[in-house]
Design a protein around this ligand. Structure first.
Ligand code: GLN
Length: 448
C-alpha cells in the first residue's frame, strides 16, 4: 500500500522503475484525489482522459527501459501556460474559452520527458496577486487551516500550484514567478518553491505578465524533487530571445548536502519592523542550522532593498499594460456584444471592461500612467535606474565572496481569505517585500 502523503517525485520514480506501481495506477490515485478535493478549488480543469493516455504511453516507455526521471510522474500546470487543445485562460474572463493551438516550451519538455498532465491549476488573474483571490474561478483554499479552522489563502499567484502539491493532488506543479508567485505560495503551504535564474527556462508559450521579470519554475514537496523537475524544464530555446545559452548541469547530482565553508549572507535590510516573532524565530533557526552544517554566517547589507517594492510596482504594471494590450476582444477569447450603431472602439472598450478584473484594470491604468509621455522619465526611467542599483547590491555581495543569501520568504505566514483583498491593494503588495528583489535582479530563489 502506497502512502501518498509520503510520496515524492524521487520516491515515485523508484517505484515506477522497479515496476512496483505503474504510471496508470499512480495517475488514477491523483485524479481521484483531485476530484475529491474540489472544495479547495485548486484545479480549474482536470484533464483525466488525457492523463490516462499519457500514463499509458509512459508505462510502455518505462517497460522498454526509459530512464527519464520525470517519466510517468503525474503533475499539474498553472493556467498561465498554453497547453495545446486545452482551455488556457490565465484565470481571466477575457480569455474565456481560449484553446491554444500550441504548447509552451516548458510543458512540451515535460510531456516529451514522459510526464503526465493531470490538469490546469487555478491562479490569480494574469498572475497578478498574492492570495489567489483575483481569479475568475474564485479563490483557492489553503489545505492548512488557521486557528478555529479559519480558511487561509494558499498565497498567489500560483495558489492552485501550491495547494495542489500540499494536498497531494499532484506530485509536483509548474508555476511562474514574476515577483514571488512561486516562492510565496510555497511558503504559505509548507512546500518547496523554486524560481530559477531569469532565462534558465523558456518563456515561450507562457501568457506574459511582465516579460523582464517572468520566470517559470517548480513547486514540489522536496528540494530533490525541484532539482529533478528543474532539469526537465531548463535549457536554451531559440523561440525566447532572453533564453540562456549556459549549459544545464545535473542539478540533482549537485545535491551533496555539503555546505561546509559556504558563506551565507544575512542582509540587515530584511529585518523589518513588525515582523512577527514566528518569522524571526524561523529565520534564526535557519541560520543556526546552516552554522551547524559548517557554513559561515556573514552579516551583509543590500542598501537599495527599501526601493525594491515601489520599483517593482512601477515596472511590472508598465510591462503588463503593454503585454495586455493584445486582449482587445478581436483576437483571443471573449468578445463583448455591441449595439448596431456602435463600432470598433465600443467593442474594445466593452470587451476589456467586461473581461478584465479589478486588479488587472488597476495594473493597466498604473502601467499606462507611468509610461505616458508626461511621466515616463519620472517613474519608468527612474525605476529602471533603481533596478540596476538593486541588482548591483547583489553583484557586490557575491563578488565579496557571499555564496548564498538567507531571508524569510514573506513578512507573515498564510493569512485568512478576504483579510487583505478587501482592505486596500497596498496591503497585498506589501506581502511581496522579500521576494521581488530576486526578480528585479534576475536571480534564482528558493523557498524551503
Ligand atoms: N504578487 C506579485 C504581484 O501581484 C507577484 C506576482 C507574480 O509573481 N506573478 O505582482
Amino acid at each position: 500500500m502506497i502512502d501518498i502523503n509520503e510520496l515524492t517525485i524521487s520516491t515515485a520514480r523508484s517505484l515506477l522503475t522497479s515496476k512496483e506501481i505503474s504510471s496508470k495506477e499512480l495517475t488514477k490515485i491523483y485524479i481521484d484525489n483531485a476530484y475529491k478535493s474540489e472544495q479547495l478549488n485548486a484545479y480549474c480543469l482536470i484533464t483525466a482522459e488525457q492523463a490516462l493516455i499519457q500514463a499509458e504511453s509512459a508505462d510502455i516507455a518505462l517497460r522498454s527501459g526509459e530512464t527519464s526521471p520525470m517519466c510517468g510522474i503525474p503533475i499539474a500546470v498553472k493556467d498561465l501556460f498554453c497547453t495545446k487543445g486545452f482551455v488556457t485562460q490565465a484565470a481571466s474572463k477575457i480569455l474565456e474559452g481560449f484553446i491554444p493551438s500550441y504548447e509552451s516550451t516548458v510543458t512540451k519538455k515535460l510531456w516529451d520527458a514522459g510526464s503526465v498532465m493531470l490538469g490546469k491549476l487555478n491562479m490569480d488573474e494574469f498572475a497578478m496577486g498574492s492570495s489567489n483571490e483575483t481569479s475568475t474561478y474564485g479563490p483557492v483554499i489553503n489545505p492548512w487551516r488557521g486557528p478555529s479552522q479559519t480558511k487561509l489563502t494558499p498565497g498567489g499567484s500560483s495558489g492552485g500550484c501550491s495547494a495542489a502539491v500540499a494536498a497531494d493532488l499532484c506530485l509536483g506543479s509548474i508555476g511562474t514567478d514574476t515577483g514571488g508567485s512561486i516562492r510565496q505560495p510555497a511558503a504559505f503551504t509548507g512546500v518547496v518553491g523554486l524560481k530559477p535564474t531569469y532565462g534558465r527556462c523558456s518563456r515561450w508559450g507562457i501568457i506574459a505578465f511582465a516579460s523582464s521579470l517572468d520566470q517559470a519554475g517548480t513547486i514540489t514537496k522536496t528540494v530533490r524533487d525541484s532539482a529533478i523537475m528543474l532539469n526537465a524544464i531548463s535549457g536554451f530555446d531559440s523561440k525566447d530571445s532572453t533564453s540562456s545559452r549556459s549549459k544545464v548541469p545535473n542539478f540533482e547530482q549537485m545535491l551533496t548536502g555539503d555546505i561546509r565553508g559556504k558563506k551565507v549572507g544575512i542582509p540587515k535590510e530584511y529585518r523589518i519592523d513588525d515582523t512577527p516573532d514566528e518569522i524571526d524565530r524561523i529565520w534564526n533557526d535557519g541560520i543556526e542550522k546552516l552554522k551547524d552544517a559548517g557554513a559561515e554566517i556573514v552579516n551583509i547589507s543590500l542598501p537599495h532593498t527599501k526601493y525594491a517594492l515601489p520599483t517593482y510596482y512601477v515596472l511590472a504594471p508598465a510591462e503588463a499594460s503593454s503585454n495586455l494590450a493584445r486582449y482587445d476582444g478581436i483576437r483571443y477569447g471573449k468578445r463583448a456584444k455591441i449595439q448596431e450603431n456602435e463600432g470598433i472602439t465600443e467593442l474594445y472598450e466593452r470587451s476589456r471592461g467586461e473581461g478584465f478584473g479589478k486588479e488587472v484594470k488597476r495594473r493597466i491604468l498604473l502601467g499606462t500612467y507611468v509610461l505616458s509621455a508626461g511621466f515616463y522619465e519620472a517613474y519608468y526611467m527612474r525605476a529602471q535606474t533603481v533596478r540596476s542599483l538593486i541588482k548591483k547590491d547583489f553583484t557586490d555581495a557575491f563578488s565579496d565572496g557571499i555564496d548564498v543569501i538567507l531571508t524569510p520568504t514573506t513578512p507573515s505566514s498564510a493569512f485568512p481569505l478576504g483579510e487583505k483583498i478587501n482592505v486596500n491593494p497596498i496591503e497585498m503588495y506589501l506581502n511581496d517585500i522579500f521576494t521581488v528583489t530576486a526578480n528585479l535582479a534576475g536571480l534564482p530563489g528558493i523557498s524551503i
